[in-house]
Design a protein around this ligand. Structure first.
Ligand code: NDP
Length: 684
């Protein structure tokens, strides 16, 4: 048992390099289970404009001086240090009503997201400050004018307004892509659980890993902050749709076209497949998943299952199985080991959920649970915001309204029957756009139809079945590498999704110029840019000596029929187009036997490789390999190999080098084109 040692204190904001208190009357924040005062909060009178200025003038420039890899390593150091301090966060987290498992999602899930971005950032982004987006667009026939999209970090501040349910994860999942992109952030946690965010921010600031101005905190109301945003700022919001709509229409946000990402209410659905009848593995998995989603974080998750759709004939068994499971959930003070589910975040939140259950009762009847009389194993029934799981059943979902409209943000779900996949999809759509839906089925046809029908209405879809039962991350878990967000009512935003979210904090710009100039600007060689051929083979140059545009044009080699036959028998690739003259001739693409594509690639390597030990350490692949013209016996090949991009590793003594490899024939026609990827030592 982790008994939290909590003394009530006034939370502070971190404003322009100083910890500061509001000048107004602080509001008490209560422990969700005991009602004891945990902290006081107030941010009135703080200079919000100064915060924005500080981020823009101090944090932004410091971050933009760093490369993606330097910033990724910064996130790694931060994640590792926070992980070491995690028990302190766990101890305070119980006051929010979170059990150890709930806190794990919030604390270690959040820190894990930082670490995931740290490693993905180094794998998927260059060690540079500009990101190249897509391929070069040739804009002239003679290769004298081209276009290239690039991404550069926005020069403003990202303001993250977060919800009460994930005081750590909510901050870190947005902070990771923001900082990786090179943008500073101002965090505004929801007041109710801001003490935990404040503690984590205190530790982050004290670690001194982030440059000054990269992170600021508002403990309390944002005051006039949003009135000062401009086109270089970003605002993200997680919370209720009503607040989100209000903020989105703030005049400064509208007039300056400020990027606004919203993640709001969501009436997420779970669909039991027609094949998943009682007794099947999918039925059991479904019951487990719905019960888990209702009870983890006491159902206070934006991704929790609110609507459960089951075939008519499975409803009775489902109600029974779910009911059996839910009544066993031990509700109590999360500081005690006996509790499997904690209270809601506050008494006000419980009042709100009770009211929403009443709304749902317009369409549905309660089949499990009593919202007004909590049964608990520990904690204070009067002062704690306890609510046992409540399961409702709505018999006529097609004509019902409230079940598709009302989000009871607690351990509450409604079961509804359906007939066909079209019915189930139509009902799911009544949620007007959701973050996630899950389908439990072992039937590939049903799975395919469900994904097709639900896709446009959801940001994420999970198909649960026996094959993924052990490894599935579950309906309710947003993951760093996958998109989190949904259309319509879910806010229309998109977070996470790996490097996709980093780009939300950058501006995409199409740059047009002469290729040589464009190469200089982007750091990537392209056709038409300058080349340098000297007496030293580029493979003999270390990373320190190698330059973009360094080129070798090889000797020529003629491909013979014997070469092709030898390659065929040696590799076993005796495809008719290489072996059977008549059959090859009958093929619409060939005029007789042709060389294997991989023979061309192999001969090319034989032509461009400089064999002696040297700075080139390994060839780790090729990208974008295309065979453009057939090679017939008697054709003569030559390779032009040009250094295209150099990516030195931050912490290693080597880097990656991308080479443009063009194989042409005796008529100077390109027969194959690809990028060769090598690792090259920084020094000889
Ligand atoms: P709110 O929308 O009231 O609050 C969300 C965030 O916005 C908080 O940080 C809040 O700060 C802030 N905020 C509120 N008003 C303003 C304003 N005028 N200007 C700037 N910031 C503002 O949601 P709640 O947290 O109160 O939750 C209410 C309901 O929202 C829940 O019952 C649930 O239905 C839904 N919700 C949905 C979530 C999701 O992830 N989809 C998550 C949490 C809630 P402060 O706390 O200081 O008011």
């Amino acid at each position: 048992m982790n008994a939290p040692v909590i003394t009530s204190r006034q939370l502070e904001s971190y404003v322009a390099g100083q910890w500061a208190r509001g000048a107004g009357k602080a509001v008490a924040l209560l422990d969700a289970a005991t009602g004891n005062v945990v902290a006081h909060i107030d941010a009135s009178g703080l200079d919000m404009k100064a915060m924005l200025d500080h981020g823009r003038r101090t944090g932004g420039p410091a971050l933009r001086k760093m490369s993606f890899h330097e910033r990724a390593l910064m996130l790694k150091a931060l994640g590792q240090a926070l992980m070491e301090a995690k028990e302190e966060f766990y101890a305070l987290s119980t006051a929010t009503g979170a059990t150890r498992t709930d806190s794990w999602i919030d604390i270690e899930g959040g820190i894990g997201t930082l670490l995931s971005y740290a490693s993905k950032g180094r794998r998927e982004l260059p060690n540079a400050r500009t990101l190249i987006d897509g391929e070069v667009e040739a804009l002239s026939r003679d290769n004298s004018f081209s276009g290239q999209h690039i991404l550069t970090p926005l020069e403003g501040v990202a303001i993250h307004i977060n919800a009460f349910n994930f005081p750590c994860w909510g901050m870190l999942e947005k902070l990771a892509p923001t900082l990786l992109a090179g943008m500073p952030a101002i965090i505004k946690p929801a007041s109710q659980t801001a003490y935990l965010t404040e503690l984590m921010v205190r530790r982050i600031i004290a670690l001194n890993i982030l440059p000054e101005g990269a992170l600021q905190l508002i403990s309390g109301s944002v005051g006039d902050l949003l009135d000062h945003v401009d086109c270089q700022d970003v605002v993200t919001f997680t919370g209720s749709a009503a607040t989100g709509r209000k903020l989105r229409s703030n005049p400064s946000i509208v007039e300056n076209s400020v990027r606004f990402t919203m993640e709001a209410d969501s009436l997420n659905a779970a669909i039991l497949g027609p094949d998943a009848v009682a007794g099947t593995e999918e039925f059991d998995l479904f019951v487990k998943e719905v019960a888990r989603e209702m009870t983890v974080k006491a159902g206070q998750k934006c991704t929790a299952i609110r609507r459960v759709f089951a075939p008519h004939r499975s409803v009775e068994a489902l109600v029974k199985a779910l009911g059996d499971r839910l009544v066993k959930t031990a509700v109590g003070n999360p500081a005690e080991d006996t509790a499997r589910m904690g209270p809601l975040a506050s008494l006000a939140q419980r009042d709100e959920v009770r009211q929403r259950i009443k709304d749902l009762q317009r369409d549905a009847e309660i089949v499990i649970g009593d919202p007004d009389r909590p049964t608990i194993v520990s904690g204070d029934a009067e002062a704690g915001a306890f609510l046992n799981p409540v399961l409702l059943y709505c018999d006529k979902p097609a004509s019902a309204q409230a079940v598709h409209d009302v989000e009871a943000f607690g351990p509450v779900s409604t079961i509804m029957p359906y007939e066909t996949i079209e019915d189930a999809a139509a009902l799911a759509r009544r949620g007007k756009g959701s973050l996630v839906a899950s389908v439990f089925t072992n039937d590939p046809v049903f799975a395919r139809e469900a994904v097709q029908a639900l896709g446009p209405w959801h940001g994420r879809l999970l198909i649960g079945n026996r094959a993924s039962a052990k490894s599935s991350t579950g309906h309710g878990s947003p993951l760093p590498g996958l998109v989190h967000g949904g259309p319509g009512r879910a806010g229309g935003g998109e977070e996470l999704g790996g490097m996709r979210s980093v780009k939300h904090y950058m501006q995409r710009t199409a740059v047009q110029a002469a290729p040589w100039l464009l190469s200089e600007v982007t750091g990537r060689w392209m056709q038409g840019a300058k080349v340098k051929q000297d007496s030293v083979h580029p493979f003999r140059k270390s990373l320190a000596e190698l330059e973009i545009g360094d080129q070798v044009v090889t000797a020529a080699r003629t491909v013979t029929l014997e070469d092709i036959e030898h390659f065929a028998s040696f590799t076993g690739d005796t495809f008719y187009a290489h072996m059977d003259e008549a059959a090859a001739k009958a093929n619409p693409f060939f005029d007789g036997c042709v060389a294997h594509g991989y023979l061309i690639v192999s001969f090319a390597a034989g032509l461009f490789v400089d064999p002696a030990p040297g700075p080139v350490l390994a060839n780790y692949g090729v990208d974008s390999l295309r065979f453009l013209k057939p090679v017939n016996p008697g054709d003569t090949l030559r390779v032009t190999l040009t250094c295209k991009q150099i990516n030195p590793r931050q912490t290693e003594d080597y880097g990656e080098v991308r080479w443009d490899c063009m194989v042409s024939n005796q008529d100077a026609e390109v027969v194959a084109q690809y990028d060769v990827l090598t690792m090259v030592a920084k020094t000889l």
